[in-house]
Every structure is written in C-alpha cells, then in structure tokens.
Design a protein around this ligand. Structure first.
Ligand code: PEP
Ligand code: MG
Length: 753
C-alpha cells in the first residue's frame, strides 16, 4: 500500500529546498519536483497544472503521464477533477477517480490505468495559481498526512510560480487589465464624502524569501519574539492613536488587540513552523488557509474576522522582517485594497488620505466603522478594482453613491468636483432647512425621523434636525463585538443613546438577526433561503432569554422615560402577542423587584411580511404602532432577493402594485385608528417620499443625510392635490410610475433630486 515514506514530509521539504536553490530554469525545477514528489509520496503519477490566461489549466510537468502532453493538455476552468480543485480551491481525494462523474478523460495523457487521485490547489494570496496532483494505479483513499504533505508542497510550488520564469504571471489578469482606459465601478457607499486623488495600492504583502526552515527551534523562537513585539505594538497603537477613538471605533480596535492574543491562531502558526516552514511561510500558510475557508463559507462575519487576522498577519510579517513602519503616503492619496483591517487604516493616519476603496467591506465592517470615525469617504464592495488600478492612477470616489472611476476623463473629474461642491452646498442647505418645520404648503406636518444603529450615528440627530430616531437597529452593536454584550453593557449602551438623544423619541428595534446578519459568536446553521429562514422575532421567540435580556436592559436604561420597542419580522398577531407577553413579564419583574422602569412602554410591530397586511386592524389592537419595513416588505411582495443585484432593481416600488399596497395599509390603519409609519430605504428618497406622503403617510424614518432633501421636497408640495394624483396613478398599469411622478414634481417646482 503506498503512503508517504517514513519521515516523508520533512524529507520532502528538505529535498525541495535543494531543488529550489539550484541555479536551473523554473521549468527544470518543476520537472525535478514532480519526480521527487512522486517518489516520496510513493505515487505512480505526479503532475503540475498551472493557470494560464482565460483560466485554462495547462499541464506544465508530469511524472507518470505521457510527456508529450506537457504544454499541450489544457483543462478549462471547472473541467474535470483538476478543474474542480481549481474552482473550489479545495483538495479532491478519490479512490476511484475514473468512475466519478466529474472525471474528464484526456487520451493524450495516458492516465487510464490510474484509479486513485489526489489534487490540491496551488494557492498564494487567495488566488489559485494551479493544481498539483498525485495518482496511483490501486484504488485507495489518501490519508490526512498525505493530503497535508501535498498541500505544503503546493505552497512552496506557489512561490516558484510567483517568482516567475515559467510564463508571464501578468497574463493571468490580461483580459481584465486595460491599463490606460478609464474604468467605472459601482460599490456601496459606506462613508460619505467625495474625493479626487491618486491611487495608492495598499500592498501589504510581504514577499516571503525563505520558505523552508533550517532550524525549527530557531524559527519557533523568531515567531514567538515577533508575536510578542506585535502584541506590544498593538497596545501602543491602542493607547496613542491620534484619533480620539470612542464608542464603537474603540471597541473595534480593542477586539482587534484581543485577536493579537488569540491562542488558536498562535497554535496554528506554531504547528505550521513545526511542519518545517519558516515563520514567514507559516504566517502565509495560516492566512491562506483561513482565507480559503472563509471565502468558501461565504459568511460575512467570518469575513470580518478574516480582515482582522489578515491585518495582524501582515503586521506580524513586518515584525519578522524587522520592518515596522507603514508605507509613506503622497498627498491626495486614495487607498485601494482588496480588504483592510481597522488598525492598518489607523496606521496611515488621516492627514494625507482622501478616501478608501475596498473590494470587500460592508456597513458593519470594522474598517468602515473606523473610516466613519475618521470622517474618511469609503466605498466598499467594489469588485475588480484592485486588478484594474495601478499606483498613481487618478481616481475619483463618491462615498455616498458608491461611484468609483479610475483614470477618469477630464469631464468626469469635473463632474466629481461639481458633486463635491454640490455636496458642500447640500450640507449648507441642510443646515439652512435644519431648523425649519417639515410642513407642506397646505399645512400638513410630516414627522421626519432618522435611522441609526451605532453610537457614532447619534450626533447626526442634531445635524440633520430629525424629530427623533424612528428605527434604531440594535443588532449592529451585537455584530461588531467579539462576545455577546452582557446585561450591564447593554444597559450602558442604551442609556448613552437615550441620554445623547435627549427629549426626542427613539424607537429601539429588538435584535433583527439571521438572514445575512449573523453574530460572530454562537453557532449558526447555514440556510437555503436565509431571508425566509430563522430570523428576527422567530429567533427571539425560540430563544426567549436573548429577547428578555434585551428588554430588561432597555427597561432599566429608559428609567422614567417613554420606551418604544419595535419587534421585527412579525408575521401574525399571535407572534406579536407572544413577544409582547415577554415585555409584560419583564415589566412585572421590574415592578416586583422595584427596579428602574420607564414611565410608559410602547410596543410596535414591523410590517415586513405581507401576511400581516391582512391582519392590520387586529394587530393594531395589540400593537401601539406599526412601522412598515419597505425593504423587506417589497422583497417579499415582488419576490426579489434584496441582496441579489441581478434582480433587486427589477421592479420599482413606485409601480401601481407598490403604491396600491401602501394606500391599502394607510387606509386600513386609519380605519382602525392606528399609528403607521415607514422606515425602509424608500423613505429617504425625495421622489418616493413624495409618493408616500401622497398616499397618506405622515411619519417617515430615513438615513440622516436624506432628511434635508426630503424636507425641502415636503415644503413645496400640496398634499390635497398630490393625493388626488396618486389616487389616479394607482389605477394605471405602467411598469414604473417614476416618470409620471418626476414630471408632476417638475411642473410644480418640487425638488425631488
Ligand atoms: C426594512 O426591512 O425595511 C427595514 C427597515 O429593516 P432592515 O433594512 O434592517 O431589514
Ligand atoms: Mg427588515
């Protein structure tokens, strides 16, 4: 039975190093490598496939297959078992490969006699460079040790490829790279502001010169020393950050410093060194493994942890190399990166930085929280920007719309400059309307509330002139921490919000978890349809302790005031009543124990599930108020996944069905004498808000930046005329009523831009 020969992995690495050190061509080294691996792994075949332009995988070297196939056999991405390894970036280990449906037979290779197959990806920096395989005649499953050994070799192989000489590595990116042409991207605006500047590629990758260790004990010592230095440096950074980090941004950095002490991470690093790698190569390997695992899981929260660990890994690499100062920035720098940890951003400082563009970042990303605290424009989720950008390229960034343009034409720059001054004007205009009432021409008062989720958002209440917080998404606070906030922490957090908000009302929505909002702690099962799955109130009722603790904290923090609680994703009245009973139980407990309590407790339901629309009169007998969550409601009504860019904008809420639906809700609530408002994204768009007011809504909650423009619109409409117009629109059959509404506004000089 074949298996790695005794002392195999170590021997393999030692021999590998000798081959790597030879002054021969890269191809010769590959040819020797396959012979070596085949003999040490006791395999009849060993082959190396490398990725070429267009993602084809070309056979570059083989021991055991027909030599004539070298440089002739090419597999498409995803084709055959080799393609499968490249596509999934996972090992494939089969005892009877030819009977596997994914096996693609290539007669020119002469591989028919070989039954067992083990293929591992050749990965570096999260990119698959190729596939390394071994095959045996006998049907057998390769054991864990063999898989591990082949993966270690693949890592060394990745370095050989990266060092070049085999082919021009740049060709892998060729189809994408049109170096001189302008390129436009659209990502998510995560931190507001417009910037015009020059690309600085955040190239934190430290080139690993030495992969295989000469002396394991010495490497372990180097690793420990560097880890110690790293921890010290992170603490110093935490203490001496020029930015006055408070609230969430401080928590984020504190969580980061905990990661620097993570035992699991340190253990993995040590194990990698013990397998024969240098400390630098071990850091690289552990980071690569983590990156692949996280990418495969597609989990947004693991991804956030990954950014922190990658940030730490790069820092650790620098300590190992004895270099600890970050890159110097030119003036007007716009940092472009695949991802970035919060501490890396702090390292750069605010002085010379104009903006940040990331391929991977979301609203609750740690780096986004820190960027907002620094007042730095940030666009996240910008696919492909790193491969297309070169250092010193000109770039323009709009942190509100998510627009990014590389190498823009002069008129695009001019338009961004104009946007920048428009934004400044808008800020001035917002300040001008801030203290004016939101009253229509015919004297109807509209309540304009703002949405929030972090302490960082609260100052915007004053700046925007909002009447209060119509939706406080409490889950965001739970999502940025490393552990579940304790009761005392929750009390403290809610108390600070209530105090900062002062006399204005705040509507606290209880945890709206599940779907794509997963906590970084605790165990979560992946679901086929998370939007329709175990989320929000469903979790709360199945795990009542979580909700009861949150209510307990809210009751204490609201001492002597009016507490407004909003329950997310309510589907029927019984569900609402069950949750309300938990609130009543907590109130009773507070009374019995003579604990602090609010003066009054109001409990509302979010209307996000269409079924609840048909129970509106009934729910309004149980609930003190109802808030329409139009983001979810329309996703369910139109049957479009709100996160799927392919369909998310396919149907316009401003179509006859969307408008009729809102009209129905408003009428039904009015008949029942209930209070209904809307807090989804559509409330913040002046044209949509105009339609909502025409349909009878009088309270809207939105992003604070939208309050000024919506208020300006409100001050120039007449609700009587508008509602007649909307009534007519409901009877039409247009795909979208946007054009008609825009024309209505233009004819009357109503600002809806
Ligand atoms: C909504 O669904 O409209 C809403 C406000 O909630 P969220 O966007 O947090 O799901
Ligand atoms: Mg929702």
């Amino acid at each position: 039975m074949p298996s790695v020969t005794a002392g195999g992995p170590r021997l393999l690495l030692r021999r590998l190093r000798e081959i790597m050190a030879e002054p021969s061509s890269a191809q010769t080294r590959l040819d020797k490598l396959v012979v070596l691996i085949a003999s040490i792994m006791v395999a009849e075949v060993c082959s190396i496939y490398l990725r070429r332009a267009g993602n084809a995988l070309e056979l570059f070297a083989t021991e055991g297959l027909n030599r004539s196939a070298v440089h002739n056999t090419r597999m498409r991405q995803g084709e055959g078992l080799v393609g499968l390894v490249a596509e999934t970036a996972e090992p494939v280990n089969l005892s009877d490969a030819p009977s596997d449906p994914r096996f693609a037979y290539r007669p020119e290779t002469g591989e028919d006699p070989y039954k067992s197959f083990l293929g591992v990806p050749v990965v570096r920096g999260g990119q698959v460079y190729g596939v390394l395989t071994v095959q045996n005649r006998a049907a057998r499953q390769y054991d864990e040790e063999e898989v591990e050994a082949l993966q270690t070799v693949a890592m060394v192989l990745a370095e050989v490829v990266a060092q070049g000489g085999l082919f021009d590595i740049a060709e892998l990116d060729e189809p994408e790279l049109r170096a001189d042409l302008p390129r436009a991207f659209r990502g998510d605006g995560l931190s507001d502001g417009v910037a015009v500047g020059f690309v600085v590629l955040h190239e934190p990758r430290v080139k690993v010169e030495r992969m295989i260790a000469d002396d394991m004990a010495a490497e372990l010592q180097r690793l420990d020393t560097a880890l110690g230095e790293l921890r010290g440096a992170v603490d110093v950074m935490l203490e001496s950050s020029e930015l006055d980090l408070t609230g969430e941004s401080r928590e984020v950095i504190e969580a980061y410093s905990l990661f620097a002490r993570d035992q699991g991470w340190q253990l993995k690093l040590r194990d990698a060194v013990k397998s024969g790698l240098t400390a630098e190569a071990a850091v690289e390997r552990v980071a690569d493994e983590l990156r692949l695992r996280v990418t495969k899981s597609g989990d947004a929260f693991l991804r956030e942890r990954l950014h922190d660990f990658e940030d730490l890994a790069r820092r650790l690499q620098r300590h190992l190399g004895g270099e600890t100062t970050p890159q110097d920035l030119p003036r007007n720098a716009v940092l472009v990166a695949r991802s970035m940890g919060p501490a890396e951003l702090l390292d750069y400082g605010r002085d010379r930085l104009q903006a940040l563009v990331l391929e991977d970042a979301a609203t609750t990303s740690h780096v986004a929280i820190v960027a907002r605290a620094m007042g730095l424009p940030l666009v996240g989720n910008v696919r492909g920007v790193v491969d297309n950008a070169r250092g010193a390229d000109q770039i323009v960034v709009d942190g509100e719309t998510g627009d990014v343009q590389l190498r823009p034409m002069p008129d695009v720059i001019a338009s961004f400059e104009a946007r920048r001054s428009l934004r400044q004007q808008r800020v001035a205009q917002m300040a001008a309307v801030r203290d004016l009432p939101a009253i229509t021409k015919d004297g109807v008062h509209i309540r304009l509330m703002m949405n929030a989720g972090l302490l960082l958002d609260i100052p915007q209440l004053q700046e925007s002139g909002a009447d209060g917080i119509g939706l406080f998404r409490t889950e965001l606070q739970f999502m940025i921490g490393e552990t579940m906030p304790r009761l005392a922490d929750q009390v403290e957090f809610y108390r600070r919000i209530i105090e900062d908000v002062g006399d204005k009302p705040v509507v606290f929505r209880t945890l709206d978890l599940g779907g794509d909002k997963i906590l970084p702690y605790g165990r979560w099962e992946r679901e086929e349809n998370p939007a329709l799955g175990w989320r929000a109130i469903r979790i709360a009722l199945d795990r009542p302790a979580l909700l009861r603790y949150q209510i307990r904290a809210l009751l204490t923090a609201s001492e002597g005031r009016v507490l407004r609680i909003l329950l997310p994703m309510i589907t029927d009245v019984a569900e609402f009543n069950a949750a309300r009973a938990l609130v009543d139980r907590e109130l009773e407990r507070a009374r019995l124990l003579q604990l602090p309590q609010p003066r009054q407790t109001l409990v509302g339901a979010m209307l996000e599930v269409p079924a609840l629309m048909f129970m509106l009169p009934q729910i309004l007998r149980s609930a003190d108020f109802v808030s329409i969550g139009s983001n979810d409601l329309f996703q369910f009504v139109f049957a479009v996944d709100r996160t799927n860019t392919r369909v998310a904008k396919r149907y316009d809420p401003l179509n006859p069905a969307g408008l009729t639906l809102i009209r129905q809700i408003v009428r039904s609530a009015a008949d029942a004498g209930g209070d209904v408002s809307l807090c989804g994204e559509m409330a913040g768009k002046p044209l949509e808000a105009m339609a909502l007011i025409g349909l009878g809504l009088r309270t809207l909650s939105m992003q604070p930046a939208n309050i000024g423009p919506v208020k300006t619109m409100i001050r120039s409409v007449d609700t009587r005329e508008l509602s007649e117009f909307l009534e007519k629109l409901c009877g039409r059959t247009d795909h979208s009523l946007r054009t008609r509404l825009t024309a209505y506004a233009a004819e009357r000089g109503i600002a809806v831009k």
